[in-house]
Design a protein around this ligand. Sequence first.
Ligand SMILES: NC(=O)c1ccc[n+]([C@@H]2O[C@H](COP(=O)([O-])OP(=O)(O)OC[C@H]3O[C@@H](n4cnc5c(N)ncnc54)[C@H](OP(=O)(O)O)[C@@H]3O)[C@@H](O)[C@H]2O)c1
Length: 437
Amino acid sequence: LKESIKLGIFGLGTVGKGVVEQLRKNGALISQRLGKELQITKAVTANPTKDRGIDLSDIQISSDPKDILDDPEIDIVLELIGGVTDAKSIVLEALQKGKSVVTANKALLAECTEEIFNMAYQSKGLFGFEASVAGCIPVIREIKSSYSGEKIEEISGIINGTANYILTSMIEDKADFQVALKAAQDKGYAEADPAFDIEGTDTAHKLIILMDLAFNGLFDLKELYVEGITKITPLDIEIAEQFGYTIKLLGKAVNTDKGFEGRVHPTLVKTSNMLASVRGAFNAVAIKGNFMGPTLSYGAGAGAYPTASAVMGDVIEISRNLLQEAGQLVPPLASMRDQLSKKKILPMSEVTTEYYLRFSVLDEVGVMSKITTLLGENDIGIRSMLQKGEAHSPKDPIHVVIFTHKAIEKNILKALAKIDSLQFVAEPTNLIRIDTE
Ligand SMILES: NC(=O)c1ccc[n+]([C@@H]2O[C@H](COP(=O)([O-])OP(=O)(O)OC[C@H]3O[C@@H](n4cnc5c(N)ncnc54)[C@H](OP(=O)(O)O)[C@@H]3O)[C@@H](O)[C@H]2O)c1
């Protein structure tokens, strides 16, 4: 029987170093729980001689992937380098060789879903990816294990801490988007190139993983509707507040009678909804099942230690299975491989929800009636309406905000195309979807 479980770690950056530190600090506790010792014997990084400010003297560090992949002593490979190209070959080769793999790489799993999971299903090794979605919140384990008797009806997630931090600053400090983004960068939340966070891409990667798990499917990232937070203005936030809403970047998946909705966009969430109180860089995932009803899980969605903790949870679970020679008790994507089929996401044009529409128009006679007529002609009912601002000259636009009843997106887009081409419209209309929960 094995005396210890040996780990080979790719990447000693934010997360990789966090994993080393956690094992140094909690190693004794972990051994008590596991009954054996966990050891990181080798690491592979791009710059192996870099000073990382922690004691790594007992770890053999190199830049050659073979040092880990060809070492028969290594039981579990940790892929913590990020990106898609090198990470993919590392994960595939390790699994192919029958090693177990733990990764935090949501981009890889969302962009190469079939390749990675086909290998994970075939491999004798086990596969853990809890850290890829919502950091230390065990949402993947919830869906794979605790909720495996549920028909999951809906998932709503605040799963990008940077975007949530920016929106929180815009709400609480009345900062405009650029100022809030700068603050997020200064705090180390946003990357120098924050595109993945603010354009919704990172949220989309995570949502696809959750949809695959929740709906027994292989979904195509390219079918997901993705819109970031760059168009949100302080004015939208102020008006939303006035009507009892806050604005969040939500990843939303709904199992409807028409098919699966999957979408990432800024959303007006009622202030009474628990998701509205998720502030700063925190994450939360709300899941509704047909027997359990609604649940909400909350915690740190990123950062060295919370992410390391999710990696470590997977490492320990896999180690327990390896020590029992139990094999893969829970399938990598929750359902049996032969039941896992390619599934379509409904086109965004078929989604039905409520809308916030902010029109920027010249203050002329007949403007309101023209807008409301065009909405009516497209089956869009008005729930409430507000005029904001005063025109000091005939060229100054004013804002007219309309909250609609539920309407189908294609009708909204048809009406807006017509309205935005009218002469009195000063700027394209700002559309924000409303969460009807
Ligand atoms: N940071 C977070 O809070 C967080 C949260 C959730 C998930 N994740 C995911 O965790 C993964 C790692 O993120 P991170 O923030 O730790 O990244 P990071 O700080 O940039 O660290 C990346 C590490 O990988 C090494 N590396 C890069 N390319 C390599 C290659 N081709 N071969 C070998 N080593 C290579 C780097 O080596 P050198 O140091 O030697 O240059 C560095 O040690 C990503 O998939 C990320 O999406 C991160």
